[in-house]
Design a protein around this ligand. Structure first.
Ligand code: ZN
Length: 379
């Protein structure tokens, strides 16, 4: 079956027209004419922020309820997210909602009928984390809301995409301001080579999600299809609320105003990692933990660890069952951050430190160790 043709026919039927982006030359679909595909680069920034915003602020929890309600109406069931820490899999951490079907994809389980699921999956993606300090709209962890259909007829994929547009309208975003950027692909899932037809859902500079249709997936004795539409919940919240910062939807607001986004983001992701059982180490999961901890380990930097870990722990626990409680989570993070602070003091100032003493004790001792011109104590 020609899925590209089918998707184009469906969009045309729904009033979308096809064009080529003036900047990147990619095919895209529009309702209200735009000469760009709507991506950040081609649009020249987050142009959606120029649209008027709604009067009341919508939190991600409320948006989640609206998404769930809409999909349950068309017989989707909510599925629990997969565990954050992956072992022997494609990625170190959960990184997409579609991973709920990994058992079917890798044939550890079989299911003949159509499966329709909605999942709110916390994910960790570290590839863009270096950009967080410079660019809005990026975070190293977030919730992806996925409508996932296994053995999906193409018609059900269309219906699912249509349902998302209903939800965007209900949430107060004009669908005519979206552009759908066409992106065919070949994906390698272990030994399986899987083609896909995808549409990036762009809202005037902000990519809020992607609608993937995977087909010709080789499963013993047959080929199957998989509809996988992922929407970033925090990005959707930003598109709806149009606040100055993407992090305004993540909170807590009093900290957003005083702490850097890079640090807030690192701590939010570390909270998820530590609570999910990741321990600092030199390779794999533990190494990633250390890379993020580094961002919080400037010596003498004052940062509200206690309040923030508590806040983010509560936030994540609304979506996923966590391995450790908030106290243990905080302890794992603080132990690593303080170890790094001590280490950087040693590296930088060659300070003589007794590791058995705690950090505060150590600083007191340093005051006594250093003197300036033999008279004034340094503090
Ligand atoms: Zn473009």
């Amino acid at each position: 079956m020609d899925y590209k043709y089918s998707i184009e026919k469906f969009l045309e039927h729904k009033g979308w027209k096809k064009s080529k982006c003036r900047w990147c030359n990619t095919d895209f679909f529009y309702k209200k004419y735009n000469n760009s595909c709507g991506s950040f680069n081609c649009e020249g920034g987050y142009k959606f922020l120029n649209y008027p915003s709604r009067k009341d602020f919508l939190e991600t929890g409320i948006i989640r309820k609206i998404i769930k309600k809409n999909f349950e109406k068309i017989h989707f069931f909510e599925e629990n997210p997969i565990l954050i820490k992956r072992n022997n899999e494609r990625t170190l951490f959960a990184s997409a909602a579609g991973q709920i079907y990994d058992k079917l994809i890798y044939e550890r389980e079989h299911f003949e009928d159509i499966l329709r699921k909605i999942v709110f999956q916390p994910v960790i993606r570290l590839q863009d984390h270096e950009q967080i300090a410079d660019l809005e709209g990026i975070s190293s962890s977030f919730i992806t809301a996925g409508s996932e259909i296994w053995n999906s007829p193409i018609k059900e994929h269309h219906q699912s995409l249509d349902k998302w547009f209903d939800i965007f309208s209900e949430l107060g975003i004009l669908v005519s301001n979206f552009n759908l950027k066409y992106k065919p692909d070949i994906n390698y899932w272990q030994d399986k080579k899987v083609p896909s037809e995808s549409l990036k859902i762009n809202y005037r500079g902000l990519e809020i999600g992607i609608a993937n249709f995977f087909y010709d997936i080789n499963i013993t004795n047959k080929k199957t299809t998989f509809s996988d539409i992922n929407i970033g919940l925090e990005r959707l919240a930003w598109a709806i609320n149009k606040t100055d910062s993407y992090f305004d939807s993540i909170g807590p607001i009093e900290c957003i105003l005083t702490c850097t986004q890079e640090k807030i983001d690192a701590l939010r992701t570390l909270t998820l990692m530590a609570a999910a059982g990741v321990v600092p180490g030199t390779k794999n999961h533990g190494q990633k933990f250390r890379i993020l901890s580094q961002k919080l380990s400037t010596p003498l930097d004052i940062f509200p660890f206690y309040e923030l870990v508590d806040y983010y722990y509560n936030q994540w626990s609304q979506y996923i069952d966590l391995t450790y409680d908030n106290k243990r989570t905080l302890k794992i993070i603080l132990t690593e951050v303080e170890r790094m602070k001590k280490q950087s003091l040693i590296d930088k100032y060659k300070l003589n430190i007794d590791f058995k003493k705690d950090f505060t004790e150590m600083l007191k001792n340093q005051k006594l160790l250093r003197r300036i011109r033999g008279k004034t104590r340094w503090d």
